[in-house]
Design a protein around this ligand. Structure first.
Ligand code: PHE
Length: 444
């Protein structure tokens, strides 16, 4: 079986961090936080990252690297003729779903690059920017077009196997994104009335911690760290035997969380200063950001650079999603990489059409009272990812077992890892209990 092309030359930390950092941090995180009580959400989020982030990530990386297979093949190899590969199938299904709505938003970043280049935000007030944003997401087919272009870009990279090239760029571009977020944070914090936003973000009101907040935070952690659906199993399978899995998991988790918190520090002070409601959802990010650029020297250039970087960050995430599907098609169904890419992206595009069109006001494309777009988001982040992560930790904790887990994370004993006992304890007992508890309280 050939495992060349995509993965062989990837710098794994860059690739996994590229998958993790994306719209989940800069777009979804502020939306969820704004809708789920601000500081209380942040607190729960950080606690989940701290307790579950690294252990769950390690489980996936271990399964992938140990088996050198895609997310379905890995379970087939470890537990043949059982139901365990179902976790892998769920992950592939989830990749389609996330691709569909993720590429819609990713498409907007392309539209915003064009708008930024055309200087279309400058001098406008909030009401106008908001109105234009609303008009834009109501233009169904334009969204479809941008979303499809984004899927096409992703497919091109995955098909050509040039992901290592992208990773090389993103090693430079992602620190730039971080830098620009710091600049934006400074501008945001010095706006009049910014304090209220900081208070919203950092002063937890414990009475706001409900089952909804818990499940939203759990889902956001998994979504943001690309966990619970096989991305890290697939990427793990491309990791070399002498790479250090624990430091990989640590650096990916830390950088992803840093970007999310920074995005919060950019968005909320500015939103409060301009009078954008924290519960606004999509508009919170897509209206507040252009307003910040409007209020800073060099805003024209910063705005262009920012949206280009955001598009690249989104691209390194969609590459990882598509790769989950393509790796499965190639290795398990023996479809050629080219065809596998075409079929997978067409599937994502079809779902994406409905996701994009369902964002129009008064849409009739709904499921259980939610727009199709929102129901895909809900189904993946709050249902499929927690279930996937739950069974992954159960699998490692109770079936794969301590010895094999330790062998893999210490590279057959050649690395020292003093906290490995604690990590395994979390994987075996704490993580499954915590995920099950949050899942049940959240959905009741
Ligand atoms: N983690 C990515 C982001 O935050 C999204 C993603 C989710 C990617 C699940 C892969 C798998 O933007």
């Amino acid at each position: 079986m050939s495992r060349d092309g995509f993965g062989s030359k990837l710098g794994i930390v860059a690739a996994a961090a590229g998958s993790a950092v994306g719209l989940g941090n800069i777009y979804r995180f502020p939306c969820e936080l704004g809708n789920n009580g601000g500081g209380a959400f942040l607190l729960v989020y950080l606690m989940i990252v701290l307790c579950l982030g690294i252990p769950v990530m390690l489980c996936e990386l271990v399964i992938g690297r140990k088996t050198q297979r895609n997310s379905i093949g890995a379970f087939k190899l470890l537990k043949p003729k059982t139901a365990w590969p179902v976790i892998g199938y769920m992950g592939v299904f989830c990749a389609f779903i996330i691709m569909a709505f993720y590429c819609t938003i990713a498409g907007w970043t392309l539209e915003y690059i064009i708008k930024a280049v055309g200087n279309q935000f400058q001098g406008k007030d909030l009401a106008t920017i908001e109105q234009e944003f609303n008009a834009f997401h109501n233009m169904g087919w334009r969204n479809v077009l941008w979303g499809s272009i984004f899927i096409f870009l992703t497919a091109f990279v995955v098909f050509k196997g040039v992901a290592d090239g992208i990773e090389k760029y993103s090693k430079v571009l992602m620190p730039m994104l971080l830098l620009i977020l710091v600049v934006l944070a400074i501008r945001s914090l010095t706006l009049p009335g910014a304090r209220a936003g900081l208070k919203f973000l950092f002063h937890p009101d414990f009475s706001k911690i409900t089952g909804d907040v818990l499940i939203s935070a759990l889902g956001q952690v998994f979504f943001s760290l690309s966990m619970g659906m096989g991305v890290l199993i697939t990427y793990g399978s491309y990791i070399k035997k002498d790479d250090n899995l624990a430091t990989t998991a640590l650096s990916v988790t830390l950088s992803d969380t840093l970007v999310a918190v920074l995005a919060g520090i950019v968005i909320f002070p500015a939103a409060f200063s301009f009078g954008v409601k924290p519960t606004e959802g999509m508009g919170l990010v897509f209206s507040t950001l252009p307003m910040i650029f409007n209020q800073m020297p060099g805003g024209y250039f910063f705005c262009i650079i920012f949206f280009v970087l955001l598009a690249v960050a989104a691209l390194t995430s969609t590459i990882s999603l598509l790769e989950v599907i393509v790796a499965y098609f190639v290795e398990e169904l023996h479809i050629k990489r080219g065809w596998a890419t075409v079929i997978a992206s067409l599937g994502c595009m079809v779902l994406g059409v409905f996701a994009s069109l369902s964002l129009r006001d008064g849409t009739s494309i709904t499921i259980a009272g939610m727009s199709f777009f929102n129901s895909l988001d809900f189904l993946s982040a709050k249902i499929l990812l927690p279930i996937g992560a739950f069974f992954t930790v159960i699998f490692v904790g109770w079936l794969l077992g301590k010895t094999k887990f330790f062998e893999e994370i210490t590279n057959q004993g050649s690395l020292k890892l003093s906290v490995k006992g604690v990590i395994f304890f979390i994987i075996k007992f704490l993580a499954p209990l915590a995920i099950a508890f949050i899942f049940i309280t959240g959905l009741l």
